[in-house]
Design a protein around this ligand. Structure first.
Ligand SMILES: Cc1ncc(C[n+]2csc(CCOP(=O)(O)OP(=O)(O)O)c2C)c(N)n1
Length: 363
């Protein structure tokens, strides 16, 4: 039998802004200055909020928290690229920033990390799913939701985030397979931050890229520089537009680096080298966007000073609002069921007197 090639795959990689903030003129989406300013503010806000949360955790005012430092460009770029009707499925790491960008009150995101369920009471209108801690479980949910959107005739896509470690989970592969077979309007964003807690990317898979995992499921895969917000924005916009048009799912691998610990319970000094961190610090997504803006005459020391002050005040207010929030004790009972069983209602009556009404998580 003659031998013939039955499949050949290739993965393209895109970078628009290099590490010094120089843009590739052919690829630059040439976004209006107000949009670039919005992007930059959100990147800075992400960093400032993250550092504040770390400080709160270290001083006992917040529980375990997963820092985002270094990965801000992915969720900011992707969320700005999403259409208003699209649904977003973040992980624990980018959830606060994604929810805020979609209209969830920022203090509620702080509540999430203060152990209060109230933080995850998301208004359906913002079209975001509550994040799930079990790795990769949001991916089949996103594909199911994408399929449902199409069945309902809504021209919208689902945009689901996961990490490099998640690509070793069965749920990741189930999701890609279903997305391919159903041609579901779903965009998968893999934030390849090089580490899954203490497990390096090299121990995760022998594949040269994570984007190529898409090819096995018959869907398009692309790699972008995840510290380059313009590349992320452009790739996600193109992918979501084409998914909405019925052209199928896309997987986007965003190459980045987790600059901080996995969570506040982790100490990365135990398993990774300082020079690795230094290499990535030079590729910081915020520094390069700042250099790009400066090159366009849209950044100055004065602008930065004002922005830092505004963002710091915003984050302070977010903390104050979260710390002055008082949860409703009855919610211990009310969050569990859509309709409260009689025995639970009786127990609640014993604790607080009176009757319950139904749970608050309706609609
Ligand atoms: C199903 C499952 N297995 C194990 C864990 C424990 N765990 C929490 S975070 C994590 C690493 C995830 O790494 P990655 O997907 O690369 O995302 P990152 O945390 O780097 O953003 C693991 C193994 C979990 N939460 N869920």
């Amino acid at each position: 039998m003659p031998i013939k090639t039955v499949f050949e795959g290739k993965i393209d990689s895109m970078q628009i802004l290099d590490k010094d903030g120089h843009a590739d003129a052919a690829l630059d989406p040439r976004l209006p200055t107000d949009m670039l300013g919005r992007m930059y503010r959100l990147l800075v806000l992400g960093r400032v909020w993250d550092k504040k949360s770390l400080a709160l955790q270290r001083t006992g005012r917040m529980y375990t928290f997963p820092p985002l430092e270094g990965q801000e460009a992915i969720c900011v770029g992707a969320t700005l690229a999403a259409g208003p009707g699209d649904w977003l499925f973040p992980t624990y790491r980018e959830a606060s920033l994604v929810y805020y960008m979609r209209g969830h009150p920022s203090f509620r995101s702080n509540l999430m990390w203060m152990g209060l369920e109230d933080g995850l009471l998301l208004d359906r209108k913002i079209r975001c799913f509550p994040y799930a801690t079990p790795i990769a479980t949001q991916l089949p949910h996103a594909v199911g939701a994408a399929y449902a959107l199409r069945m309902k005739g809504e021209k919208a896509a689902c945009i689901a985030f996961c990490g490099d470690g998640a690509t070793s989970e069965g749920d990741f592969h189930d999701a890609l397979n279903f997305a391919g077979v159903w041609n579901a309007p779903c965009v998968f964003i893999v934030s390849n931050n090089q580490w899954a807690i203490s497990v390096p990317r090299s121990m995760q898979t022998k594949s040269e890229t994570l984007a190529q995992k898409a090819l096995a499921y018959g869907i398009r895969g692309v790699q972008v520089d995840g510290n380059d917000i313009l590349a992320v924005y452009r790739a996600v916009k193109e992918a979501a537009d084409s998914a909405r048009e019925g052209k199928g799912p896309v997987l986007i691998e965003c190459v980045t680096y987790r600059m901080g610990p996995h969570t506040t319970a982790d100490d990365p000094k135990k398993y990774r080298k300082e020079d690795e961190l230094a290499h990535w610090r030079e590729r910081d997504p915020i520094k390069r966007m700042q250099a790009y803006l400066k090159g366009k005459g849209a950044w100055s020391e004065e602008y930065e000073k004002k922005l830092q002050e505004e963002v710091a005040a915003f984050v302070e207010k977010t903390v104050q609002d979260a710390e002055s929030f008082r949860p409703e004790p009855r919610d211990i009972f009310r969050f569990m069921y859509a309709k409260m069983p009689k025995d639970l209602e009786a127990q609640m009556g014993e604790c607080f007197g009176g009757s319950s009404g139904d749970a608050r998580m309706e609609g």
